[in-house]
Design a protein around this ligand. Structure first.
Ligand SMILES: C[S@@+](CC[C@H](N)C(=O)[O-])C[C@H]1O[C@@H](n2cnc3c(N)ncnc32)[C@H](O)[C@@H]1O
Length: 239
């Protein structure tokens, strides 16, 4: 008889409000005995762990996984491989593991790298994912606006690498979403000012969390000190 191998579930837990977890995600989070999540920094809880903590029981095994915030590819690979080893130790014992992912698991998520590292090292691994609320959807709800309408074209930039990139996108997209805007806000503000788009832009910081903040009037805000969890939306009108 072949040995039972546990299943790794990638669970989208939404953007902050614990009630944004789907019914399926919650059921799995409460049913699985090992709960993994990205470890917080400086001994503080990470966001995914904070979101799920009201739903967990003390009996469930917690498995914080360390993913360093660095650009160095070798260090990242090493961290993903280590995380894969740590998760596999439970799966091979026949225990299921649920990995809690902030926002949606398929939307610019660390979970993908963990899944790739596991598949590479242990091709027999079984991985299932549960979709959820990602940050652009949550931000649209917070602002009370539709993200897109009719034939509008939506562009999502995961980070701004060059100013030219944003300028080019603004020539064709009707709605532009910028993730990780905190580190490039000044440059983005200058471009939006030049293109007369500041009154069509919003920033939401920590959407659906207790510290949520909305910035609607960017015209007199060339400098803002923003959390990493901030997103900018611009509604561009093309005639
Ligand atoms: C690596 S991406 C992760 C995206 C996430 N998986 C999702 O589904 O939204 C991180 C970026 O998502 C955006 N983000 C995630 N959660 C957010 C929140 N609650 N409020 C505002 N922006 C958020 C920020 O732009 C942040 O820099």
């Amino acid at each position: 008889m072949s040995k039972y191998i546990g299943v790794l579930y990638g669970i989208s837990v939404g953007t902050g409000d614990p009630e944004l977890i789907t019914v399926k995600g919650l059921r799995l989070l409460q049913q699985v005995s090992v709960i993994a999540f990205p470890a917080g920094i400086n001994h503080q809880q990470g966001l995914a762990e904070q979101i799920i903590s009201p739903w967990l029981s003390p009996q469930q095994q917690k498995l914080p996984l360390t993913f360093p915030y660095v650009q160095d590819e070798a260090k990242l690979q090493q961290a993903w491989q280590q995380a894969a080893i740590d998760v596999w130790a439970y799966l091979e014992q026949g225990l299921d593991v649920a990995f809690a992912c902030e926002g949606d698991v398929s939307f610019y998520s660390t979970f993908t790298y963990l899944a790739q590292a596991l598949l590479q090292a242990y091709p027999q691994v079984i991985i299932k994912t549960v979709p959820g609320v990602c940050s652009p959807m949550a931000v649209a709800a917070v602002l009370g606006i539709p993200l897109t309408l009719r034939s509008q074209r939506l562009a999502i930039l995961p980070a701004l690498y060059t100013v030219a990139e944003l300028e080019e996108v603004l020539t064709w997209a009707d709605v532009v979403v910028l993730l990780k805007v905190s580190s490039v806000y000044n440059r983005v503000w200058t471009i939006l000012q030049r293109l007369n788009l500041l009154d069509k832009a919003w920033i939401v910081e920590r959407a659906t969390q207790p510290e949520e903040k909305i910035y609607r009037d960017l015209g007199d805000r060339p400098h803002l000190s923003l959390s990493y969890f901030s997103l900018l939306i611009v509604q561009v009108t093309h005639s």
